[in-house]
Design a protein around this ligand. Structure first.
Ligand SMILES: *Cc1c(COP(=O)(O)O)cnc(C)c1O
Length: 389
């Protein structure tokens, strides 16, 4: 038996080393505290579970769903974009529900990438942009996100011959893993770049609702002309603690939305309809849960930022996203620092190098850890800081 060459192009599991060490520590009886996982610890709001339970009893929801999703869900998504961003979408041509944003992000490569084509991909970044490209025989070209440039890619630095082979530009703000945000002026530059090189802009925005201190992230689609070249991926996962239910959406350029719909109609059979009803309830109902969750995340951010600074890490407290991106002390690599923290304090952080070469020198900590575990982690870091001095 011989597997395909495409399978061979998949990168090895990037966090294998830390996972192995974590398992070893646990086997030794160490109470390991992990800041590694970007998955909301708080439960899905009750109101949404009620909507699910009710919808599950309706036999209309027991049959194959349509790939396009329920018209009511597409309308609900369009209302959300109007209310939140002042962006008007045609629910039948410019909105497509997804089985989580990740599903659409992986499959959209089929719409753009032929063997040898280039995808411009942020580094560090969510691994699926590059992996989706590789699985179609394409080449990711990494755009470094550096602190000097506020973790925005320098589009002017993309060589002309690379831009010529590129088919798409991937962006993600509020950003995972750096916690950086982008303003409208940046999205306008990205749209201009895409028009100049005749490529598509694919913006991944699952953290647009996770923001602190009154900050309101913008949508790519608010930029002038964005709809001519771009789509935005979004998700219910992070906003409504719904990672386990698998529902998201892509909105924007009708030609791109239609291409992805055609791919998906051949690959999957839609999103369970009871879960679509949950999403409708989430988007159309009261939004108090978002502010409540964000207040919890902001408090955790402040506690962690203080503890990390005490350990000699340098960071900018994020205005959005679920992550703290911290620079490790001089003379240590990301993996060395993460290993030391695990050995000496039983605390797991993710080495930034796992998100791409430009992530070297940083570690990522997630704010999705229960308060009591976070406090215990902070206590251990403070104790360690005292012993390092
Ligand atoms: C969590 C996450 C996603 C995936 O969202 P799902 O809707 O749960 O698939 C996509 N992009 C980024 C950057 C994420 O952090």
């Amino acid at each position: 038996m011989e597997l395909s060459q495409r399978i061979e192009t998949l990168p090895p599991y990037l966090f294998a080393e830390i996972s192995k060490k974590m398992a070893e520590k646990r086997a030794q009886g160490v109470d390991v505290i992990s800041f590694g996982i970007g998955d909301p610890d708080l439960p899905t709001p009750d109101r949404l579970l009620d909507a699910l339970a009710e919808a599950s009893r309706d036999p209309a929801n027991h049959r194959y769903p349509e790939t396009q999703g329920l018209p009511e869900l597409r309308q609900s998504i369009a209302r959300f974009y109007d209310r939140r961003f002042g962006v008007q979408l045609d629910p039948d041509r410019e909105v497509l529900p997804l089985i989580g944003a990740k599903e659409g992000i992986a499959h959209i490569a089929i719409c753009f990438i032929d063997p040898g084509d280039v995808a411009l991909v942020p580094d560090p970044g969510y691994p699926v942009y590059a992996v989706g490209t590789l699985l179609q025989g394409g080449e990711p070209y990494y755009l470094p996100l550096t602190e000097e440039n506020d973790f925005l890619p320098d589009l002017d630095a993309v060589p002309e011959q690379v831009a010529r082979r590129a088919k798409v530009l991937w962006l993600n703000y509020p950003n995972n893993p750096t916690g950086a945000v982008a303003d409208l002026a940046f999205f306008e530059r990205a749209v201009a770049f895409a028009k100049k090189h005749d490529i598509a802009v694919l913006h991944d925005a699952p953290y647009s609702e996770i923001a602190f201190d009154g900050f309101r992230p913008v949508s790519l689609l608010q930029a002038t002309g964005a709809r001519d070249v771009g789509v935005e991926f979004h998700s219910l996962s992070k906003s409504y603690n719904m990672t386990g239910w698998r529902i998201g959406m892509v909105v924007g350029n009708a030609k791109i939305v239609d291409a992805l719909m055609r791919v998906k109609s051949n690959l999957d059979s839609g999103i369970p309809q009871a879960i679509q009803h949950m999403a409708i309830a989430a988007l159309d109902g009261p939004q108090d849960c978002i502010a409540e969750h964000n207040a919890i995340y902001a408090r955790r951010r402040d506690r962690l930022a203080e503890a990390l600074t005490g350990l000699g890490l340098r960071l900018r407290p994020p205005r959005a996203s679920l992550y703290i991106w911290a620079r490790v002390p001089e003379g240590m690599t990301s993996v060395q620092f993460a290993t030391r923290l695990l050995d000496e304090a039983g605390v797991v952080v993710t080495p930034g190098s796992g998100y791409g070469p430009s992530g070297e020198g940083y570690v990522r900590l997630s704010l999705t850890i229960p308060d009591d575990r976070l406090e215990e982690g902070v206590r251990r870091m403070e104790k360690l800081a005292a012993s390092w001095r």
